[in-house]
Design a protein around this ligand. Structure first.
Ligand code: NAD
Ligand code: UDP
Length: 343
């Protein structure tokens, strides 16, 4: 059976963890990444962890010529498509850059896949496509909307995939909607390495813990939630990585193409900002100074997944706890205070 997978954006946070899980499950991997938000060091560390040199090609998903060269060289079973830009604030300031990278880039990739008859895709979507949910937990048929160009770029790609599946029944287009990925590999060798001031909560907490930032600002304490702070469904990146293996295994086993298949990857449990901060402090025995600040524009009160479809269809469910997420984040951060720049 063909088991070679092209992993676009495989040098990034979720990509590196997924490459390790894929390798452990017997898949062969080729990483394709332009290193716009990652580094050679991340790839070296993946190679060290799997005990062999991982195949890496530096390139951009918008470069059809380069993609064709790679598809000529390798016979792929499918593509896991992580490559994209993900900073919400930057997307508001630079919408063209986001639509070009995330939407045009994906269309270029899909066109090359079609040309070479490779019609299995696992796409990184996001819970952001649910906008401000009317009901909780969120399931895959909940209404979709976007509040910023990043979210709109994910939603647009989803529409492209739906249209493609309708036009050509040979495609299997699994669209994984991630909730809030956090944590790091248990070795402490790979993890999330924001190049700028972190936008996301967990990297901010861990940079406060390591002394790179003075204190955390908690955006809003007057939401209609358990303690007034925002509630999210935090999921360990190792569980998320296993979700991708489960998605590919599902595609390997089926006799008919899956069409457009959206699946939530979340735990089904929500935690508030204060709950996460307190868990991090308790588990790692580190005080995290914080102050309450105004709500962040565009934020919603609560968001958590129904993870039933992933369980029923893929036999996948998240196993790791908030405690694991806090421990593993801190192991990575304390061993690598400056991320991959740490000497
Ligand atoms: P990341 O930035 O760490 O990884 C993305 C990788 O893609 C980086 O290595 C980057 O260099 C590469 N890349 C970007 N544009 C490229 C291009 N044009 N050509 C080739 N490579 C390119 O991000 P991540 O957190 O690992 O996220 C992976 C995917 O999951 C993204 O599509 C992101 O939007 C999506 N996602 C992430 C989260 C999250 O919170 N981390 C949540 C939901 C969805
Ligand atoms: N948050 C916060 N301070 C920060 C970063 C985030 O209080 O410095 C809050 C944010 O308002 C939200 C939660 O933490 O309620 C998760 O935010 P994140 O940006 O990590 O994820 P998203 O909002 O995209 O789900």
């Amino acid at each position: 059976m063909k088991n070679k997978i092209l992993v676009t954006g495989g040098a990034g946070y979720i990509g590196t963890h997924t490459c390790i899980a894929l390798h452990e499950s017997g898949y062969e991997i080729v990483i394709y990444d332009n290193l716009s938000n990652s580094s050679y060091e991340a790839i070296n560390r993946v190679s060290n962890l799997i005990g062999q040199s991982i195949e890496f090609i530096e390139g951009d998903i918008r470069d059809a010529g380069k993609l064709k060269e790679i598809f000529n060289l390798h016979e792929f079973f499918g593509v896991i498509h992580f490559a994209g830009l993900k900073a919400v604030g930057e997307s508001v300031a630079k919408p063209l850059m986001y639509y070009d990278n995330n939407v045009s880039g994906t269309i270029t990739l899909l066109a090359v896949m079609a040309e070479f008859g490779v019609k299995n895709l696992v796409f990184s979507s996001s819970a952001t496509v649910y906008g401000d949910p009317e009901t909780l937990p969120i399931n895959e048929t909940s209404p979709r909307s976007a509040t910023n160009p990043y979210g709109q770029s994910k939603l647009t790609v989803e529409h492209v995939l739906e249209d493609l599946a309708a036009a050509d029944k040979e495609w299997s287009l699994i669209t994984l909607r991630y909730f809030n990925p956090v944590g790091a590999h248990e070795s402490g060798q790979i993890g999330e390495d924001p190049s700028d001031i972190p936008n996301n909560l967990m990297p901010f907490i861990s940079q406060v813990a390591v002394g790179r930032r003075d204190k955390l600002s908690i955006f809003g304490n007057d939401y209609p939630t358990i303690d007034g702070t925002g509630v999210r469904d935090y999921i360990h990146v190792t569980d998320l990585a296993q979700g991708h293996v489960a998605a590919l295994d599902h595609l390997q086993q089926q006799t008919h193409a899956a069409g457009f298949l959206p699946i939530n990857l979340g735990t089904g449990r929500g935690s508030s900002v204060l709950e996460l901060v307190n868990a991090f402090s308790k588990v790692n025995k580190i005080d995290i100074p914080y102050q309450f600040a105004a709500r962040r524009a565009g934020d919603i009160a609560s968001c958590y997944a129904s993870a039933d479809k992933a369980q029923e269809l893929l036999g996948w469910q998240a196993k790791l706890s908030i405690t694991n997420m806090c421990e593993d984040t801190w192991r990575w951060q304390s061993m690598n205070p400056d991320g991959y720049n740490t000497k």
